[in-house]
Write a protein that binds this ligand. Sequence first.
Ligand code: NAD
Length: 457
Amino acid sequence: MSDSIETRNPATGEPLAPVEASTSAQLTAAVAAASEAQPGWWSLGFDGRAELLRRFAARVRDDSEAAESLARAISTEMGKPLKNARAEVANVHKRTETFIARARGACEDERGSEGGIEVTTQWRPLGVVAVIAPWNFPVSTPNNLVMSALLTGNAVVLKPSELTPRSGALYHELLASVLPPGLFGLVQGGGGVGRALVASEIDMVAFTGSIATGQAIMREAASAMKRLVLELGGKDPMIVLPGADVEAAARFAVQNSIGNSGQVCVATERVFVHRAIEDAFIARVRELVSEFQLGDPLDDGTDIGPMASEGQREIVLAQLADARARGAEFVVEGEVRNPGYWLGPSVVRGVADDMRLASEETFGPVVAISTYDEVGEALRRANATKYGLGASVWGPADATTQGVAEGLEAGMIGINRGPSAAAGAPWVGWKMSGFGYTRSTAGMRNFMLPRTHARNL
Ligand code: NAD
């Protein structure tokens, strides 16, 4: 007996056709098949693996029907505008060569000698990697983890989010079609299936999601010391210094706070703007926000669709209500529309550090602005959080701007740009925003085990 996963179209609130959740027997079989296929996958050698993954990338690029179905599934399940869903799908094939280049370096053995001993460090796959994914980028986020695991010679069992099971299944079907049978398994379900997967005979968990779930996974994985990469939530600050390019800073604040309805781990969630430029900055933010079209995610002109779920919208509305009750000023009031989970962008100023909007992850379309007088004060307030994923500083090319960048407690810092890592750099969180990291050659090695062979010279 299996349960079904009930989901709703966030644009209408109407139920979508249920998807079967995996039974525990199906989960056990998927892990066993992956484990059996893994040694053959490693024996293919790096070029053999890369060749098959390039075939997958070419299919995503060239099979326009398959790519379009995937993009439409993403929009229908989680409300992302179709143009952004298409970009997410395109990202899957565009990244492939970068992943291949980083993984090639990671898979190479290293030799060295010291004191009459020669040591070879062999980098080997861990075995079966459970990839557990969130819903906000239902294809590109798991793809980053799946590619890292496969290129380094591991087998994978993927569990998509229970909010986006169809996007997960379509992605799985496309990739599994080029791979040896059993190597890339799929299980469907919610937290219970995720827990069972972590407890099963897997060797590593590569997880992207919330801090609370990351902690639960870490506890469960401890029983067998399973290896972990945890990419978790954020509360990214943005510091706008006096002398900053107000236009560029305002554009970034708006795009990065409300794009994907703010449901981005490296969304800008707290803007600290210097009092001297506060009014000019906020006036421009207000104008830019008014240009964003809230509408049907399947329409080409739409910039913001509905939020992904009623629960997510409720979290954001509760934080906005808390800010209002405690004296924050609404420069733009987000429109609530029903049926469906619609919430337009809000711009809030006078956000105090102890408001929920400033201290908890929002994951919603809100530009939350506070004012500061001294640069040291802005830095202290930006760092006063358990999160440390991304951050950015906007200011002249001088020592003050560089000093703020040095002082920000985050894994990924942008200077007059967003914090997203460039292709070859690690994707990494500091403090409670992550454990282990991905991308980059070093990131690939989080999916591998070093073994040494020593001999006397
Ligand atoms: P979530 O933690 O609720 O769920 C993520 C996944 O974990 C889902 O597939 C879920 O079914 C599964 N899960 C739930 N309980 C589990 C358990 N006990 N054991 C194993 N698996 C379990 O997160 P979400 O709401 O889907 O995603 C939003 C969160 O993801 C936000 O906090 C966001 O910041 C974070 N995120 C981080 C990054 C990053 O790169 N750091 C990227 C995207 C999203």
